[in-house]
Design a protein around this ligand. Structure first.
Ligand SMILES: Nc1ncnc2c1ncn2[C@@H]1O[C@H](COP(=O)(O)OP(=O)(O)O)[C@@H](O)[C@H]1O
Ligand SMILES: [Mg+2]
Length: 333
C-alpha cells in the first residue's frame, strides 16, 4: 500500500539490561521532508536510528521505513535507505574515490557505473581536489561530506544522518548545512539527529525533542520556540535605581512582562521580534538617559529548552555534550 510516510514508527522501546534507551517513541516522517531528532547525549537518538535502519531490533513497537517493516523485511528496507552513522563508515586508508567505488560495487553496481557515480558524488560534495588522496588526511568537514556522498551511492529513498555536524568547527558546519540544503531541495527524505537546536531549526521541517528515551516535545521550529518562549532580551543597568524604569521600557519594547533580578541589576523578557525590539529598547534607554552595562539578545540554548520543557537541564553523559555553544548576540553601550 503506497503511503506518504517515509517513516512510520510506533511505540519503539529498547532496553539494554535494566537500562531503558527508548521508552516508547513514535516518529512519523512525510516523504520529501526533513525531521530532526533533537536531544542531549544519551537521549536515545542513535538507538532510534539503529532500529529504523535495521541495525538493531526494538524490544517493542513497529517501524515501517520506505514502505517495509524493519523487522519483517530488513533487506528491503536496507536497499532503500542510506545511513551516515555517528562513527564514520568510510575506510581511512582508501582514497575518497576508492571508498565510493567500493560502496557502489557493494551495492551491486558494475565497476564502470560505480566509478561514474563516485565521480559525480565527489564533484557534488566539492571533493574533486581531494578525490585521490587517502581519507585519513581529510579535514573533519571533508570527511563528513564524503560520508554524505557515501550514503547516496545507491540513490536511497530515505537518508539517516546521525549527528552529521558534531565535532565540526563552525565553518565546516555551515558548509555541511549548505550541502544538506541542496540535498533536501532535491526532495530527499531525511531523518537527522542533532544536539543543536539551531541545526534542527535550520534544517528540519519537523523537530522531535527526546530526553531519556521519551519524546518531550515535537513540532516545527516556530511552535517549539513558542513553547520555550523564544528569544529573550536582557538588560543590565549600571545603577540599580534605574532597574524599574528599564523594566518598564523592556516591557513596552517586547510586549512581555520582564522578570527582574535586583542583585544582578538585570531585567529579562521574551521577545518574538528580537532585533527590532532590541533597537527600540536601546533608543528608549538612551533617550531616558539610563546607562546600561549590558544589553543583549539571547537565544535559548538547548539546555534552556530542556529546562523549560522538562524542568531539569539535560544530564550530560559525557564530556562531548558539554560543548553546547551558547549563542548570544550583544550590543554593548
Ligand atoms: N549497546 C548498548 N549497551 C548498553 N547501553 C547502551 C547501548 N547503546 C546505547 N546504550 C545506552 O542507551 C542510552 C541511549 O544511547 P544512545 O541511543 O546512544 O543515545 P544518543 O545517541 O542520543 O547519545 C544511553 O544511556 C546509552 O548509554
Ligand atoms: Mg548518538
Amino acid at each position: 500500500m503506497p503511503s506518504s510516510r517515509a517513516i512510520q514508527a510506533t511505540g519503539l522501546v529498547k532496553r539494554y539490561g535494566d537500562k531503558t534507551a527508548l521508552a516508547g517513541i513514535d516518529i512519523d516522517v512525510e516523504t520529501g521532508t526533513v525531521t530532526a531528532v533533537l536531544g542531549p547525549n544519551g537521549a536515545g537518538k542513535t538507538t532510534a536510528v539503529r532500529i529504523l535502519t535495521t541495525l538493531t531490533e526494538a524490544d517493542e513497537g513497529t517501524a515501517i521505513v520506505a514502505g517495509f517493516d524493519v523487522r519483517r523485511d530488513p533487506m528491503e528496507v536496507r536497499s532503500r535507505i542510506g545511513l551516515a552513522a555517528q562513527d564514520a563508515t568510510v575506510d581511512p586508508l582508501l582514497t575518497g574515490r576508492e571508498n565510493l567505488v567500493m560502496l557502489g560495487e557493494l551495492h551491486h553496481l558494475d565497476r564502470k557505473t560505480a566509478t561514474r557515480r563516485a565521480g559525480e558524488l565527489l564533484t557534488r560534495f566539492s571533493l574533486d581536489d581531494a578525490a585521490d588522496r587517502v581519507v585519513s588526511g581529510y579535514s573533519g568537514g571533508m570527511r563528513r561530506r564524503l560520508d554524505l556522498g557515501a550514503t547516496l551511492v545507491a540513490n536511497p529513498e530515505v537518508l539517516f544522518l546521525d549527528e552529521p555536524t558534531t565535532g565540526l568547527d563552525p565553518r565546516a558546519r555551515r558548509e555541511l548545512w549548505e550541502t544538506l540544503d541542496t540535498l533536501v531541495g532535491q526532495g530527499t527524505t531525511v531523518l537527522l539527529t542533532t544536539q543543536y537546536l539551531d541545526e534542527a531549526e535550520r534544517l528540519a521541517d519537523d523537530i522531535v525533542v527526546i530526553d531519556h528515551g521519551r519524546i518531550i516535545a515535537r513540532g516545527n521550529s516556530a511552535s517549539l520556540k513558542r513553547q520555550v518562549g523564544g528569544e529573550q532580551i536582557q538588560v543590565v543597568v549600571t545603577d540599580r535605581a534605574d532597574l524599574a524604569a528599564a523594566a518598564t521600557a523592556l516591557e513596552a519594547a517586547t510586549g512581555h512582562e520582564p522578570t527582574r533580578n535586583e542583585g544582578a541589576r538585570q531585567a529579562t523578557a521574551s521577545t518574538s521580534d528580537g532585533v527590532a525590539a532590541l533597537s527600540v529598547l536601546a533608543a528608549t534607554l538612551r533617550d531616558a538617559g539610563i546607562a546600561v552595562d549590558d544589553l543583549g539578545l539571547h537565544q535559548p540554548t538547548l539546555d534552556e529548552v530542556f529546562l523549560t520543557l522538562t524542568g531539569a537541564p539535560p544530564e550530560h553523559e559525557d564530556e562531548e555534550a558539554g560543548g553546547m555553544p551558547a549563542r548570544k548576540r550583544e550590543v554593548r553601550s
